[in-house]
Design a binder for this molecule. Sequence first.
Ligand code: ADP
Ligand code: MG
Length: 363
Amino acid sequence: MAPQAGTLVLEEVSKTFPQRDGGGEVRAVDRVSLSIGVGEFVTLLGPSGCGKTTTLRLISGFEFPSSGRILLDGKDISNRPPNKRDMAMVFQSYALFPHMTVANNVAYGLRVRHVGQQELKQRVAHVLDLMGLAGLAERRPHEMSGGQQQRVALARSLVVEPRVLLFDEPLSNLDAKLRVQMRSEIRNIQRRLNITSVYVTHDQVEAMALSDRIVVMNDGHIEQMGTPEEIYRRPVSRFVADFIGRANFVEGTIHDVSGERATVSLLGQTVTVSAGFQPHPGDTVTVVLRPESLVLRSDPGLEQVRVEQMMYLGSSVEYLLARGDQRLIAVDTDPRSDRLFREGDLAGLTFEPETVHILPARA
Ligand code: ADP
Ligand code: MG
């Protein structure tokens, strides 16, 4: 049941709502353009209110764009109702029918589509098997755990063999351990079936773990789009750097520029980096340093910082560092007892040069 279709394109899609408390308008989605290939798993990620759910509702047909177009396999579906889009949605609330058995919940979409009894039975059995639910077919939702209910919800979406699967924060109601387990199940199933998927979450770790590509949204617009690694290593703005993982920001000064490469000095050292924008000699830039690329050494030749806090976490050690008025976070992912720093210690601060990433001072 691997669908060979499912290319989804959004062209300059915007959605405005009348403001809930009287006059004015809210632009919930602001000229969003993206192109998602067959079988690709794309996550819309961003803080609450940035427009993720509205974008998903536009894709599913529960809302219609104020402007722009949505294309599925080349056809304009912008104004089609949800049941004419060949998509299925998995919700946070599961949205199962409480009075129906698991088998009937899963069969529902097929009955609505008037699929014959024999084919229906086969397809339901196949999907229940796929989701590890075969033994629970006659249970009702209240007789199952949250994780099992979410699996039924996913089975119900898969059984109709949609061209696109949509997820709106489906794991938010599960406890941390189950969330991690379901995350890997979703990834597994989606890979096996090769279904184009659009997933909404505000959880960056979930987004990184699941996605081929992440779309970071901010205030209705796309701030950045890329693979988890691109977004983490080469964020285009402070917003993205801050939202995806943790980031330290320090000031740097540009010395030489040669094509894509720029020489920048920071923390008393000089390194050459590739810039994602056009810097000029003399510019002040913002340098993004991830906590795990900051390194502490007992070396008086390096810039000295004070260890304000040290947290031993077993597989890593986290330091909160004072550099004048500034606070920096450093993570040692290979902590050995002979080189730990203690609270109150002065330490020399350096960094791994290849991890240095620069942004325009005001990005
Ligand atoms: P997210 O899912 O990222 O939290 P939403 O897409 O739900 O964000 O909302 C984006 C913005 O649009 C918010 O400011 C929200 O208040 C507003 N909004 C969403 N739906 C409506 C609506 N039906 N009427 C008015 N404003 C809305
Ligand atoms: Mg939402």
